[in-house]
Design a protein around this ligand. Structure first.
Ligand code: ZN
Length: 141
């Protein structure tokens, strides 16, 4: 801890690995950054050491638009774990990024019952701790 007064985050936190660390570093700076294959030019997510399309190992971290659409979702009306109890109802979704990859996330900033497949969304960043910023999505402005 760095003497900050940030309240303790009561929920599970992501555990960055050497491969995923750039994603978390970018999120802390309010950027959505994902890997792009230097060989076949496709974007990918989640972070990996190899391109799942062509097997190349040269993957370049690239800032993307943060825009996408809801590919699928569910509304959790009972908490998936006790720390999430205060949040119900909340939306767990798969967002299809404009660049192609799918990202599992939450949709925030709207009535859960207004979420629908195909809904335009944009990245929203939520500071969990001084070190970890979560990437969620909200209706596109
Ligand atoms: Zn590739």
């Amino acid at each position: 801890m760095t003497g900050g007064a940030a309240p303790a985050w009561p929920k599970p936190l992501p555990q960055p690995t050497p491969i995923s660390q750039p994603f978390w570093d970018a999120a802390r700076e309010r950027r959505l950054s994902i890997q792009r294959c230097a060989a076949c030019q496709r974007y990918l997510f989640y972070p990996r050491p190899l391109c799942p399309f062509c097997g190349a190992t040269e993957l370049v971290w690239t800032d993307v638009s943060g825009r996408g659409t809801v590919y699928s979702y569910t509304v959790a009306r009972r908490p998936t774990a006790r720390p999430f109890e205060p949040d119900v109802p909340y939306v767990i979704a798969i967002v299809e990024l404009a660049e192609g990859p799918h990202m599992t996330t939450n949709i925030i900033g709207c009535d859960p019952d207004s979420v629908h497949i195909g809904m335009a969304v944009e990245a929203a960043f939520e500071d969990a701790t001084d070190e970890v910023t979560l990437v969620k999505f909200r209706p596109a402005g």
